[in-house]
Design a protein around this ligand. Structure first.
Ligand code: GLA
Length: 674
């Protein structure tokens, strides 16, 4: 059976990517086609389909080609769409991905459903889905075979027959992939299938999946209803982030009936935290992305349902204006992303890319609302309304997103003042020792917040004590309460993260009591040993990696832990070091005890002369060393940094500005002097 592997190979475009012939680059972009347009006003397909981004389910991200992808699963998802209210929330399409067919066509050239997975055929599944008032989607490739290494039949040269077969089965949505395309021009291939689908007379949403290789946003608005803009998403933070950054700048090209597709949702698949999944869902909705659930809802947690069923957030995605959000500000990992909405409101995402809580701030007029004494501010994850005098601000947890809908509403004063809570950092503490943390509660409204209290709660048995005032009788508009806390971890506490919750309570004038909580963590750390400490031997605080886990003393293998090779740069082999894949970040606790860091950095020889990346060393939020972009053709270069007094050190690898393909980066011989 084809598993995750075959596709991981294809999609990471790492060392093991498909041979060049299978991924022939598209036509010369200078060859401007007849229908090329570069804005959201481009021509579109007739028929009024996908006026808002399609919503539904696709099995790929949860099952790949594993056996659990079958009739029972598809029916189970359709059942849950109805039973769990997801249908009411707008989810409509239940879509099959690759591996639903047998490898060979029948004697008449027709596609044959895999009898193991779909014993009653595809029409029966489509009928089941339709009977629930839902719609049904299918997948094939604009090539001779699909992307799975088993090689299921693709539609190249069979467009009319396959489109008719899909229409006969009752297909409402086709995802059309790009593998094994035999070098045929992408525009031609995707138009041929468009015409074949139209010739069937059945309205079918047409999803172009050529991974952004031929810039479909420039030519496909009258070819497909949506087009993938990137390679495949993985169920991990760096992948989601990299895709976000590729898709955000494409905002001008999206609009009703023609959407940018940054790939399907990973929410609930387990590789990210719920905070990260909320960011993923928030940002996909802000980008007017298709919302195709990619987790097996039969096994989903209540938190997963709560995220996917957030109607306040879905309303942004499905807003009738159909404007993809744009980046308003982006600075050191603190983002404000703004979406204009049909009724004049603005949605603003305060997105924290960093691994520390960050205060992120903008104002109502800055994001395009008219000047006013006050505004209504709806927190779309709390589902609560507040008012603000103009500041739109929050301390956002690491990797989190605070999402507001801001309205010029003359009844703003009827809502309680928005109160902002935050801490100055993620505290690190050694077992048996104490650390200091500062929290702030600030009133962003015009009416007072009364009877303010703030508490900080850590694990059982810890000592947490306020060393300054933790209550205020009233905080006027613009007022702040700053509290200093002393946090002591009991001796013998094992290293690792523990929950630390900041709770603020207050009363609106004449109103009931409001409580807001800010989830955070306190990290129990171990000091580095004196002398030379190799990076591969120190525990890390956090690690994030483009593909597969960070490896100790080997290169990165892209998949499971321990699957790398010997670290080798420019023909020199190194016994020690870290093997990573851009974009990557590994952080260490140095506790003010280390003076210097040094490493031999470069791209591992295993990718030949492909790949490029740049290396950076950060000490407590300051970049203290950076390499030029290194390529696979370069030898190792020495990177050294002074660390005096730093509490933490981060080793960062960026993609060198050209995407992450083949970026196997080595921190060879990486060590700290402590
Ligand atoms: C490609 C697509 C994925 C998925 C797989 C199936 O990689 O980009 O979304 O459909 O093929 O093989």
């Amino acid at each position: 059976m084809v598993g995750a592997l075959s596709v991981a190979l294809l999609c990471t475009a790492g060392v093991t990517a498909l041979p060049a012939a299978a991924r022939t680059p598209g036509p010369d972009p200078s060859d401007t086609p007849r229908t090329a347009r570069t804005t959201g006003d481009a021509p579109r397909l007739p028929g009024g389909l996908a006026k808002t981004p399609p919503m539904g389910f696709n099995n790929w991200n949860s099952t790949h080609c594993r056996a659990e992808f079958n009739e029972e699963m598809v029916q189970g998802i359709a059942d849950l769409f109805v039973a769990k209210g997801l249908k009411d929330a707008g989810y409509r399409y239940v879509n099959l991905d690759d591996c639903w067919a047998l490898p060979a066509r029948d004697a008449h050239g027709k596609l044959v459903p895999d009898p193991q997975r779909f014993p009653h055929g595809i029409k029966a599944v489509a009928d089941y889905v339709h009977a629930k008032g839902l719609k049904f989607g299918i997948y094939t490739s604009a090539g001779t075979k699909t992307c799975s290494s088993v090689g299921f039949p693709g539609a190249l040269g069979h467009e009319s027959s396959d489109a008719q077969q899909f229409a006969d089965w009752g297909v409402d949505y086709l995802k059309y992939d790009n593998c094994n395309n035999q070098g045929v021009d992408a525009r031609q291939r995707y138009r041929t299938m468009r015409d074949a689908l139209q010739a069937t007379g059945r309205p079918i949403v047409y999803s172009i999946c050529e991974w952004g290789e031929n810039k479909p946003w420039e030519w496909a608005s009258d070819v497909g209803h949506l087009w993938r803009t990137t390679g495949d998403i993985g169920d991990n933070w760096p992948s989601m982030l990299a895709i976000l950054k590729q898709n955000l700048p494409l905002a001008p090209h999206a609009g009703p009936g023609h959407w940018n597709d940054p790939d399907m949702l990973e929410v609930g698949n387990g590789g990210m935290t719920d905070i990260e999944y909320r960011s993923h869902f928030s940002l996909w909705s802000m980008m007017s992305a298709p919302l195709l659930i990619g987790s097996d809802l039969r096994k989903a947690s209540p938190a997963t349902f709560e995220i996917l069923d957030n109607k306040d957030v879905i309303a942004l995605d499905q807003d009738a204006l159909g404007k993809q959000a744009t980046v308003h500000t982006s600075e050191s990992g603190r983002w404000t992303v703004v979406k204009q909405l049909a009724n004049g409101d603005r949605a603003v995402a305060l997105f924290n890319e960093t691994d520390q809580p960050q205060r992120i701030t903008t104002t109502a007029t800055d994001i395009g609302l008219p000047r006013a004494a006050g505004y209504r501010l709806r927190d779309l994850w709390q589902h609560r309304d507040y008012h603000t005098a103009g500041t739109v601000s929050a301390t956002v947890p690491a990797h989190g997103t605070t999402l507001y809908r801001v309205s010029a509403d003359r009844h703003w004063a009827s809502y309680p003042p928005s109160v902002e809570t935050g801490t100055d950092r993620t505290p690190l503490v050694e077992a048996g020792a104490a650390t200091v943390l500062r929290s702030t509660v600030g009133n962003l409204g015009r009416t007072p917040a009364k009877d303010v209290t703030v508490t900080l709660q850590g694990p059982q048995g810890w000592r947490i004590r306020a060393t300054s005032a933790a209550t205020a009788h009233a905080l006027p508009g613009g007022g702040r309460l700053t509290t200093t806390w002393r946090i002591t971890a009991p001796p013998g506490t094992a290293p690792g993260g523990r929950p630390l919750t900041l709770t603020a309570g207050y009363r609106a004038p004449g109103g009931s009591r409001i409580t807001t909580t800010l989830p955070g963590t306190v990290q129990v750390v171990v000091p580095p040993p004196a002398g030379t400490a190799y990076a591969a031997e120190l525990p890390w605080l956090t690690s994030a990696n483009g593909w597969g886990p960070v490896e100790k003393n080997t290169s990165v293998g892209e998949r499971a832990a321990g699957d790398g090779g010997p670290i080798t740069i420019g023909g020199t082999r190194f016994d020690r070091g870290l093997g990573v894949h851009a974009p990557s970040e590994v952080s260490f606790y140095t506790g003010g005890r280390c003076t210097a860091f040094t490493a031999q950095v470069g791209i591992d020889d295993e990718v030949g002369d492909k790949g490029s990346a740049a290396f950076e060393v950060w000490a407590d939020g300051e970049r203290v060393a950076a390499s030029a972009t290194r390529t696979g053709a370069d030898p190792a270069t020495t990177l050294t940094a002074g660390l005096a007094g730093a509490e933490t050190v981060r080793l960062v690898v960026t993609d060198g500005g050209d995407g992450v393909d083949y970026d196997h980066a080595d921190w060879a011989d990486a060590r700290f002097s402590c």
